[in-house]
Design a protein around this ligand. Structure first.
Ligand code: THU
Length: 135
């Protein structure tokens, strides 16, 4: 397990802020960006992509994970850290579905960086999703 530096945390947060600018969110106007750092040291980004058939919308976090898997390979890609930002700068942590998908590609102590009620929060994925589904 690699230790993430403070500089890397800030870099991820700033990258997530840029990522939301690419969002396609004409229905909610809520633009979300995610930036993740893999164990191999690469950074991948994603944004939410809405659809007129609302349920087909995909979240920023899962879109970033899809890009990371497509690049590094599903068996290799492990998330060291993932940051999530939004255009309204309001407290927003990953939705339940995204927590489960982050957990799928988590390593020990994968961290999630997001805006909480008291400013920037850093949580371990297992704190956000205890008892993930598994069989
Ligand atoms: N959204 C995300 O991108 N990530 C989340 O974790 C929760 C919600 C998006 C989906 C939708 O486009 C918009 O935020 C409003 O729900």
């Amino acid at each position: 397990m690699k230790i993430i530096t403070e500089e890397q945390k800030i870099q991820l947060w700033e990258t997530a802020q840029q990522a939301y600018q690419k969002a396609y969110a004409p229905y909610s106007q809520f633009h979300v960006g995610a930036a993740l750092l893999t164990q191999q040291g690469n950074i991948f980004t994603g944004c939410n992509i809405e659809n007129v058939s609302y349920g087909l919308t995909t979240c920023a976090e899962r879109n970033a994970i899809a890009i990371a898997v497509a690049s590094e390979g599903g068996e290799q890609m492990k998330i060291q850290a993932i940051a999530i930002a939004n255009n309204r700068q309001i407290p927003c942590s990953p939705c339940g579905a995204c927590r489960q998908v982050i957990a799928e590609f988590a390593q020990e102590n994968t961290i999630v960086i997001f805006l909480g009620q008291k400013g920037l929060e850093i949580a371990i994925i297992t704190e956000l999703l205890p008892s993930e589904f598994s069989f």
